[in-house]
Structures are given as structure tokens and as C-alpha cells.
Design a protein around this ligand. Structure first.
Ligand SMILES: NC(=O)c1ccc[n+]([C@@H]2O[C@H](COP(=O)([O-])OP(=O)(O)OC[C@H]3O[C@@H](n4cnc5c(N)ncnc54)[C@H](OP(=O)(O)O)[C@@H]3O)[C@@H](O)[C@H]2O)c1
Length: 269
């Protein structure tokens, strides 16, 4: 693994940060991107921080240019940057939906498009897309995030098929709840009508509780680094508890209405 270069977006906190730290520890040369990095920090235990806003094409280009001049073309890319905005599906303002889509879906698309030609110069590479169990099943009041992660699942599966013969491997990572995500990237819409207010409060508490009781991000990072060290990546990597996996399996196999009832009961909607 020594000398292999990986770019990690969303590396300033949460699972992206844990992934960057574990990858660096296992010998990757990590170029870490996030909006809160200035580029003056210098090498850290999670790699070399560079400023990156995945919503801004010019910032992605600048990140790509600096990363390549500092470390050469990437062998791998980890798309972990994301934001989440809570609100009723009926009421999330279009601009807030756009911001989540722009970060989660288009952010990953922009960085992937920047990395792919560079990877081909090296004969191939690995692209890791941070989806979520929410890329496969819903959580109430996360309409923007759930829609964006479902879209990312679709995009990634097309990319997998189209780049197969190019030495490019694409892997979807689908984590369940993990502790330690930043408050900075978890917002809520400013105004909620009385129709949804109480229910949103209740669900927000359940979401916060589930996340606080979530798995250890460092353990997640070590698992991801181990898998990324393999020659062949699986198409999907689920990092979830038995309860979460069971919920997902039921979501897939149960009739829609029964499944809705189970989710509604968990979230009390
Ligand atoms: N934690 C969980 O339970 C969980 C579960 C399933 C999936 N995931 C996925 O795992 C990833 C990390 O989530 P998290 O909750 O662990 O971490 P988090 O603390 O919410 O971190 C989000 C990261 O994204 C970065 N970011 C946000 N907007 C950005 C932008 N426009 N450009 C560049 N970077 C941006 C943030 O850095 P700056 O603010 O510094 O830019 C931060 O480093 C996400 O893709 C998330 O969907 C997490």
C-alpha cells in the first residue's frame, strides 16, 4: 500500500475523517479535502488537508491541481462529503433540497470526474461512494438527504458498469448509524408548519438518539481501510448492526404497507 495516493472529501469530521485517519495509518498518502481546511495546516494524522468545496467547480479543479502537484495522480477517491437538512418532504424549500443534492450527489460527481482521467493515467483506481442505509430505505423528515443518497446509489451503479473495462472499481459504502457526526453539517429548515411540528420534534429526537448510540467511527475507518487495501473491491460495503441489516432486509422483502407500518412505529409518525 505504501505510496498509494487517496483523495478523501469530507475529511474534517465524522466518517470521512475516520476513514482518512485509518487510510493514512495503513500506509496511504492521504489528501484530505473539506471546506474548513485552509491548506496551511500541514500534514496531520489524517493526511494533508487542502481546502475543498465540492459544490464549487473551481474549488474542485484547484483541489485536483494541488493534490496532483503534491502527490501525483490518485489511486483512489473517497467521496464522503455530505450535509443533511431535516424537514417535512412537503415543506423543504427548493434551495435547501438543491444544496443537499448539490453536495451529496453532484459533489461526488464533480470530484469523480476530476479524478477519473488522472486515475486512468496510472492504469486504474478505486472510487468509494459514501451512500447510507438511507440510500436504500427512508427515514422520515430526511427527504432531501434520502433522495440525494438514492440518486447517488443510481449514479454509482451506472458508473460501475461503464468503467468496468478501464481498471476502475467503484464501491458503494452503506453505513448505518455512527456516532460523532458534526452538528455543522446537520441542519433543519427554518420554518415548519404546525401540521408537522410535533412529529418532526419526536422524529428528530429518535434520529439524534439512534446516531448517539451508533457505532464507533474509528472502527468504521479501520474496516474501510482494510477493504480498500484489497485488490478487488466489493460493489457494496454495508457497515451496519444486525438490527439495521434486518430492518433493511424487511424493507426489501415485505409488502410496502407493512413495511411502512414498521418504520412509522419506530419513528412514531
Ligand atoms: N454518521 C452516520 O451515522 C452516517 C450514516 C450513514 C452515512 N453517513 C455518510 O458518511 C459521510 C460522513 O458523514 P458523518 O455524519 O459521519 O460526518 P459529518 O461530521 O457530517 O461530516 C460531513 C463532512 O462533509 C464535509 N462537507 C460538507 N459539505 C461540503 C462541501 N460542500 N465540500 C466539501 N466538504 C463538505 C464537512 O466538512 P466541512 O464542513 O469542513 O466542509 C465534513 O467533513 C456522509 O457521506 C454521510 O452521508 C454517515
Amino acid at each position: 500500500m505504501e505510496g498509494r495516493v487517496v483523495w478523501v472529501s469530507g475529511a474534517s469530521s465524522g466518517l470521512g475523517h475516520a476513514a482518512a485517519k485509518a487510510l493514512k495509518k495503513s500506509g496511504w498518502r492521504v489528501i484530505a479535502g473539506a471546506r474548513s481546511f485552509t491548506g496551511d495546516e500541514g500534514e496531520a494524522d489524517f493526511g494533508l488537508p487542502l481546502p475543498l468545496d465540492v459544490r464549487d467547480e473551481a474549488s474542485v479543479d484547484a483541489f485536483c491541481t494541488s493534490a496532483c502537484s503534491l502527490a501525483g495522480p490518485p489511486d483512489a477517491l473517497v467521496n464522503a462529503a455530505a450535509i443533511l437538512t431535516l424537514g417535512p418532504a412537503e415543506e423543504i424549500p427548493a434551495e435547501e433540497m438543491m444544496a443537499v443534492m448539490d453536495t451529496v450527489l453532484l459533489g461526488a460527481v464533480r470530484l469523480t470526474r476530476a479524478a477519473l482521467p488522472k486515475m486512468r493515467e496510472k492504469g486504474g483506481g478505486k472510487i468509494v461512494m459514501f451512500s447510507s442505509l438511507n440510500g436504500l430505505m427512508p427515514t422520515p423528515y430526511q427527504g432531501a438527504y434520502v433522495a440525494a443518497k438514492h440518486a447517488l446509489e443510481g449514479f454509482s451503479q451506472c458508473l460501475m458498469l461503464e468503467t468496468r473495462g478501464q481498471g476502475i472499481q467503484v464501491m458503494l459504502v452503506e453505513p448505518g448509524d455512527h456516532a460523532g457526526g458534526s452538528k455543522r453539517c446537520r441542519g433543519r429548515i427554518a420554518s415548519v408548519s404546525p401540521l408537522y411540528r410535533e412529529s418532526l420534534e419526536r422524529v428528530s429526537r429518535t434520529i439524534a438518539r439512534d446516531e448517539a448510540r451508533g457505532q464507533d467511527p474509528d472502527r468504521f475507518g479501520r474496516r474501510l481501510a482494510r477493504v480498500m487495501g484489497r485488490d478487488r473491491l466489493p460493489a457494496r460495503l454495508k457497515v451496519a448492526t444486525l438490527k439495521e441489516r434486518t430492518a433493511l432486509m424487511l424493507h426489501i422483502i415485505l409488502p410496502g404497507r407493512l413495511n411502512q407500518w414498521i418504520l412509522a412505529d419506530h419513528y412514531k409518525v
